[in-house]
Design a protein around this ligand. Structure first.
Ligand code: FES
Ligand code: FES
Length: 155
């Protein structure tokens, strides 16, 4: 039987109807709410493509059951990080460095980096690499991605 679930997503209170409370947060964001920033990559917490923030922490939404998200917790997706007019510093740095090839991994790279920079404002290159070590990019865009995160940390 379908039930209602109330969520705080990108600063808005939303209510969705779900059949399975254990459904991954990723499906609710993409399918119920139409937020296509978070991507389905591996579905196994191994690639990072689905990363969102929950109360400011980077979370792999493909393995986060909706039941674990409390009503008052703040979920932020790539769409809620900044706007086209006022992008988040990490989003702006990725554009400035043109740190994208196919783009599939970029949601995860940006969301992971933004959460990381919130805890370490002036990281070294090796700390950036370590923070992104579990975010996979099949295009090999790593050098530009690291440059973009460095650029964002300098703003
Ligand atoms: S899709 Fe979630 S980590 Fe790969
Ligand atoms: S830019 Fe293609 S997977 Fe990273």
């Amino acid at each position: 039987m379908a039930v209602s679930k109330s969520l705080d997503v990108n600063g808005k209170r939303v209510s969705i109807r779900i059949d399975d409370p254990e459904m991954p947060l990723l499906y609710a964001l993409r399918d119920n709410l139409g937020l296509k920033g978070p991507r389905f990559g591996c579905g196994l917490a191994q690639c990072g493509a689905c990363t969102v923030h929950v109360d400011g922490k980077a979370v792999r939404s493909c393995v986060t059951p909706l039941s674990s998200i409390k009503t008052e917790q703040k979920v932020v997706t790539l769409e809620g990080l900044g706007t086209p007019q006022k992008p988040h510093p990490v989003q702006k740095a990725f554009i400035d460095e043109q740190a994208v090839q196919c783009g599939y991994c970029i949601n995860g790279m940006i969301m992971e980096s933004a959460a990381f920079l919130a805890t370490n404002k002036k990281p070294t290159e090796s700390q950036i690499k370590q923070a992104l070590a579990n975010n996979l990019c099949r295009c090999g865009t790593h050098a530009r991605i690291v440059r973009a995160v460095k650029r964002a940390s300098a703003t």
